[in-house]
Design a protein around this ligand. Structure first.
Ligand SMILES: *Cc1c(COP(=O)(O)O)cnc(C)c1O
Length: 396
């Protein structure tokens, strides 16, 4: 039971997994055959399914999305004391992994139209705050080498990648897409995850498909793929002897979880369709409500609306985002704010960045509404009605 909510009201969670396919069947098969651990046909099959769907040559399964990002940075050659450009408005994982390799994040602000990393700010930083020293690009202020760009596609909508990739190639910077929230989405007709030098996905419980916990690194680079497999499996150099020529990681996904992943992947299109229907209904019902801005889809984008995040404008709305969140919680409707922008995070207070006023503004205004694949029309109706009452009541 959620604190403060009467047990009679039907609780509407923000986002819960949808398990209605072959999950039981495939997992049972693992249990029946004893193939439960870190190798097995489901691991291979899950990797193939993701690679095929995303449109990359290779996919390497990992224990979660964070570990995939960690390995991707190693593949990109990011080393201690390098700098990596990364979104400020994001879940913290892609910033933490930059510190895992001893490098430093450079925070880039979000644009206000689609809430994604702003390519104009990326270019501005690289062109005005850095200098080419004949071998590499250096941050003029810190003297550190700028080594990669890590754009995060947030909320199921793509970041505007073409200008980012263009400027990255001008300075030979690898682009690692954090596509953890973007499985099934596309940018100018291409699947997210297929545009950068490598990309990462997560199958955490709140993502569009889930394995309970899991991740994937995808790339077209055969050396990166082989090296990623090697490093995620303890860098074992001999099939029989325990011989290791590098420091590896135990970042493997188990066959048991990969089995669930295969079953979930079979339903991805249906899940995306359900999410888009939910978004459509919110749009139709809330489109005219004053003081609230609904998420948009760019004309170059195919969004999954993984999260349905609205912006509440305190100046035009009778209620601010946090009061709305609390009132909805009392009515048994779970919502949540966006992430504290990482340039504000104490965890990364010794990092540098560019100014990020938009991220601050979006953080103040944003709340995400219930958007589970299995959200019923009646539950969604209750969310819509409660929200309209809360905003309307205060108007009059
Ligand atoms: C979920 C998520 C991750 C990390 O995924 P885990 O599987 O939980 O490690 C990384 N980046 C973003 C943007 C995410 O939303």
């Amino acid at each position: 039971m959620i604190h403060g909510v009467s047990p009679e009201v039907d609780f509407v969670p923000l986002i819960v997994p949808e398990i209605r396919g072959n999950e039981w069947k495939y997992i049972k098969e693992c249990l029946d055959t004893n193939w439960v651990s870190s190798v097995g046909t489901y691991v291979d099959r899950f990797e193939q399914m993701i690679a095929e769907r995303v449109g990359t040559k290779y996919a390497v399964a990992t224990v979660n999305g964070t570990s995939a990002l960690h390995i991707a940075l190693i593949m990109a050659g990011v080393q201690a004391d390098d700098e990596v450009l990364v979104s400020s408005l994001t879940f913290i994982a892609p910033v933490n992994v930059i510190r895992y390799v001893g490098a430093w994040p450079i925070f880039i602000d979000a644009e206000l139209a689609y809430l994604q990393i702003d390519p104009v700010r990326v270019a501005e930083f690289l062109e005005s705050s850095c200098k080419w020293d004949g071998e590499c690009l250096r941050n003029i202020k810190t003297g550190r080498r700028v080594k990669a760009i890590l754009p995060v596609h947030i909320l199921g909508h793509p970041a505007d990648l073409d200008p980012i990739i263009e400027i990255a190639s001008k300075y030979s910077l690898p682009v690692i897409e954090d596509a953890t929230e973007g499985l099934g989405a596309a940018y100018r007709g291409k699947s997210l995850g297929s545009l950068g030098d490598a990309a990462c996905f997560s199958f955490n419980g709140n993502k569009i498909i889930t394995t309970g916990g899991g991740g994937m690194l995808v790339t077209n680079n055969p050396e990166w793929a082989a090296r990623a497999k090697y490093l995620t499996t303890q860098a074992k150099d001999d099939p029989i002897e325990y011989v290791h020529n590098a420091v590896g990681y135990n970042y493997r996904l188990t066959n048991l979880l990969a089995a669930m992943g295969c079953a979930q992947m079979e339903q991805l299109d249906a899940f995306v369709e359900a999410k888009r229907q939910i978004a459509k209904r919110y749009q139709e019902s809330l489109g005219n409500l004053a003081g609230i801005r609904l998420p948009k889809e760019a004309d170059w984008a195919f969004s999954t609306f993984w999260m349905y995040t609205v912006l509440v404008d305190e100046k035009e709305s009778p209620i601010n985002s946090r009061d709305l969140l609390r009132e909805l919680a009392t009515a048994g409707i779970q919502t949540r704010p966006l992430w504290q922008p990482i340039h504000r995070s104490k965890a990364h207070s010794s990092s540098h960045g560019t100014p990020c006023p938009n991220s601050d503004e979006l953080y103040a205004k944003g709340i995400s509404l219930p958007c589970s694949v299995g959200l019923t029309p009646s539950s969604q109706g209750r969310v819509i009605e409660t929200l309209m009452n809360l905003m309307g009541n205060r108007n009059g």
